[in-house]
Design a protein around this ligand. Sequence first.
Ligand code: GLN
Length: 444
Amino acid sequence: AVFARTDAVEPKIHSYITETREQALAQAAAVDAKIARGERIASLAGIPGALKDNICTKGVKTTCASKILANFVPPYDATVVDKLAAQDAVITGKANCDEFAMGGSTENSGFFVTRNPWDTDRVPGGSSGGSASSVAAGQAIWALGSDTGGSIRQPAAYCGLVGLKPTYGRVSRYGLVAYASSLDQIGPITRDVTDCAIVLNAIAGHDAKDSTSINAPVPDYTQALVNDVKGLKIGLPKEYFGAGIQPEVADAIKQAVNRFSAMGAEVREVSLPHTQYALPAYYLIAPAEASSNLARYDGVGFGHRAAGSDIIDMYKKTRSEGFGDEVKRRIMLGTYALSSGYYDAYYLKALKVRTLVKQDFDQAFAEVDVLITPTAPTTAFKIGELSDPLAMYLQDICTIPINLAGLPGVSLPCGFAHGLPVGMQIIGKPLAEATIIQAAYAFE
Ligand code: GLN
């Protein structure tokens, strides 16, 4: 059914960089064989899902939507891919995204633009736009994205889906091509909260191959699928409802919060005073880490190599040809912020701000169980509408602070504005994925 659907809509939506139909059929046949032998099948048996194309798949191209990795075939699977296989999942293919996950619209893909299934003149969000569009258009039942500053939650919001960024370290990053290593997390994009819990169950857990992975027991997240928010303390951070937020979006969130009150939750306003500094801090820290992580694409070890008169010339040509404009912009910003003389003024300062942002959340969470905000300041915008990079960066104001603080956050649909889906973000304490899943499920 998902193949038939993909045949019908892919020419309009462009979700996939690579489809893996043959492998998917083999994976499905293996499930059938298990059933025929009377063996137990696992939680995702036969259920087709898509992977963002920055998640390594053995023997299958993993491009990060970059020309520099256009023909890169990893020799190993990411830990999440192994874990999905252990749950008998079927993988439909590798989904389009912004190049190296840098962006918020999937317009920065080095190959093509993905379209929003709700309105094909609009972006699906990003950077995990192909993951979201594939699920929204019925080309996959679930998908994995990665989220460094909002790239799971924002496309989920724009496509009317559920997208969860786990606590930093809850899901292994082994085999996720690094963008900004202190912020990156893999998580599920699904149609509803039940599917979100099932996919999170499959991928969460400690991994010795990722030194930042948390060694804490993984609860069964499906146990959180209960209709109960009585006494749940909800904080509304006032900084997330002010200037820059479309009034229709703020209204949809406020109506959603009224429903929580009606269900017996206790709602109060809270303040996260350093919110305004989160975006500039992120746009120093993330590019700084990216400039370091992307140094490996030099035409020597793997990926694209241009011809050059000597090795320096080869490096220059390889990187000039291989990287797109946004990636180059980030490398330059990051290199600048890390360079001697500027390190203290920019990078170190940004790290200090990051700590203040984290402390804001610690203080708020001393009073409340979860925080509710819009996921993004607007609904899905038109392709080409945000051509100014700064305007695009401002789309991340509601999601970035959560990555800086390492917290779990889920976006779920909470209504429509001008016929387009609005996403509500529920933020939890570290490792409190079950709490935000329970709140989301009760609302859904
Ligand atoms: N839009 C943000 C950025 O461009 C977030 C991207 C992400 O989460 N991968 O960095």
